[in-house]
Design a binder for this molecule. Structure first.
Ligand code: DAH
Length: 342
C-alpha cells in the first residue's frame, strides 16, 4: 500500500471511529490513537523519509490535509458530545416548577413551656404576679439568707454547681424569695417565681442537672397555713381537674416553719392506686410551709407583724406523670419524635 492509500484509509477509519463515539471520556482515547505523538498518523508520516524527493512534497501535503481534516472533525465531534451531555444533565435534574411546594409544618411550644404557661395562668387568675430572678445566684441568697448556713446539714439536700466560692447556679427558685422581699418591702407580696434550676446530679431517667421549678410566695398580715392549703387546692383542681383531694404531711425545710409536703390524689387512677403513683394513690405536688421568721427578717419584714407562706414545685416531674413520660432526659434531648407528641 502506498502512502497516499494509507493516509486515505487512516482518514476513513478515523472518521468512522469518531462517529462511533458517544461519551466525552472516549474523546482523549481516540485522539491518542489517531493524532497523538505515538498515534497512527505519526506512524504513517514516519514513512515519508523513505520516499524519493519527487514523491515527498505531494505525500507531505496529503498528510497535512488528513491531519487537519481529522482535527476539525474531532473538534466538531467533541463539541457535539459535550452539548448532548449538558442537555442530558439539565433535563435529568430538571425542576418541575409547577409542582405544589411542600408545606412547612409550623412548630409549637415545648412541653415544659406549655406547662409553665398554664401554671402562670392559673396563679395569675388567683392574683399572683410573676417575679423573675436570675439563674446565677450568690451563695448568700441561695443558702445563707434562706436560713441554710455553711455548716447546716440541709445543704446536703442540694448538690451544687459552684461558679466560685461565693457564686452558684441556683439549686432552687427559693433565693428569688429574698430578692423579691428585699425589693418590695414593706409592701405585701403575692408572686410566683418560675425558672430554671441546676443541680450537680447523676443524670438518670428520674433526675437531670437542669430542671424547672415554680416557687410561690405570699407575704402579708394574718396569712395562715390554711391559706396555703386553699391555694394549693385551687391550683390542683385547675391544673389537674375538679375534685382533687389534697393531703398535707409534716416535713422539714430550713426556710419554712412549719414545713409541709403537699400531695394530691393521683389524677390517673383517682386515688385507686396505679403504677404512676406507685400504688399509693397520692402524688407529690409541692414542698411548702410558712415562711420562717428568720427569712422574713432577712427579706426586710418584721415577723411579729408579717407572716407568709411559700411553696416550691417541680415542672417536669408532674408533666411526666400526666403524660406517661418515663425519662426526664427527653425534655432536653431535642428529639423531634418526642417533642412532636405534645
Ligand atoms: N426549694 C425547695 C427545693 O428545691 C422546695 C421548697 C420547699 C420551696 C418548701 C419552698 C418551700 O418555698 O416552702 O427542694
Amino acid at each position: 500500500m502506498n502512502i497516499n492509500e494509507a493516509l486515505e484509509a487512516l482518514e476513513r477509519e478515523g472518521m468512522e471511529a469518531l462517529d462511533a463515539l458517544s461519551r466525552s471520556e472516549e474523546l482523549p482515547v481516540w485522539y491518542r490513537a489517531f493524532l497523538g505523538r505515538k498515534g497512527r498518523l505519526t506512524d504513517v508520516l514516519r514513512a515519508l523519509g523513505k520516499l524519493s524527493t519527487e514523491e515527498r512534497p505531494a505525500a507531505g501535503k496529503k498528510g497535512n490535509e488528513v491531519k487537519i481534516a481529522l482535527e476539525n472533525a474531532f473538534n466538531d465531534r467533541q463539541e457535539a458530545i459535550r452539548e448532548a451531555e449538558l442537555q442530558a444533565a439539565l433535563s435529568s435534574d430538571a425542576v418541575d416548577v409547577t409542582l405544589p411546594g411542600r408545606p412547612v409544618k409550623p412548630g409549637h411550644l415545648h412541653l415544659s413551656t406549655r406547662t409553665l404557661r398554664r401554671v402562670r395562668e392559673i396563679f395569675g387568675e388567683m392574683g399572683f404576679q410573676v417575679y423573675e430572678a436570675p439563674e446565677v445566684e450568690t451563695d448568700e441568697n441561695n443558702f445563707e439568707l434562706l436560713n441554710i448556713p455553711a455548716y447546716h446539714p440541709a445543704r446536703d439536700m442540694w448538690d451544687t454547681f459552684w461558679v466560685d466560692d461565693q457564686v452558684v447556679l441556683r439549686t432552687h427558685t427559693s433565693p428569688g424569695q429574698i430578692r423579691c422581699m428585699r425589693e418590695r418591702h414593706p409592701e405585701p407580696i403575692r408572686v410566683i417565681l418560675p425558672g430554671k434550676c441546676y443541680r450537680y446530679e447523676q443524670i438518670t431517667p428520674r433526675s437531670e442537672h437542669q430542671f424547672y421549678q415554680v416557687e410561690g410566695l405570699a407575704v402579708g398580715h394574718n396569712i395562715r397555713l390554711t391559706d396555703l392549703i386553699g391555694t394549693m387546692q385551687q391550683f390542683a383542681e385547675k391544673m389537674y381537674g375538679e375534685g382533687r383531694q389534697m393531703r398535707i404531711r409534716g416535713s422539714y425545710f430550713p426556710f419554712t416553719e412549719p414545713s409541709v409536703e403537699v400531695d394530691m390524689d393521683c389524677m390517673l387512677c383517682k386515688g385507686e392506686g396505679c403504677r404512676v403513683c406507685k400504688h399509693t394513690g397520692w402524688l407529690e405536688v409541692a414542698g411548702a410551709g410558712m415562711v420562717h421568721p428568720v427569712v422574713l427578717r432577712n427579706g426586710g419584714y418584721d415577723p411579729d407583724e408579717w407572716s407568709g407562706f411559700a411553696f416550691g414545685m417541680g415542672v417536669e416531674r408532674p408533666a411526666m406523670l400526666q403524660h406517661g413520660i418515663e425519662d426526664i432526659r427527653y425534655f432536653y434531648g431535642n428529639d423531634l419524635r418526642f417533642l412532636r407528641q405534645f
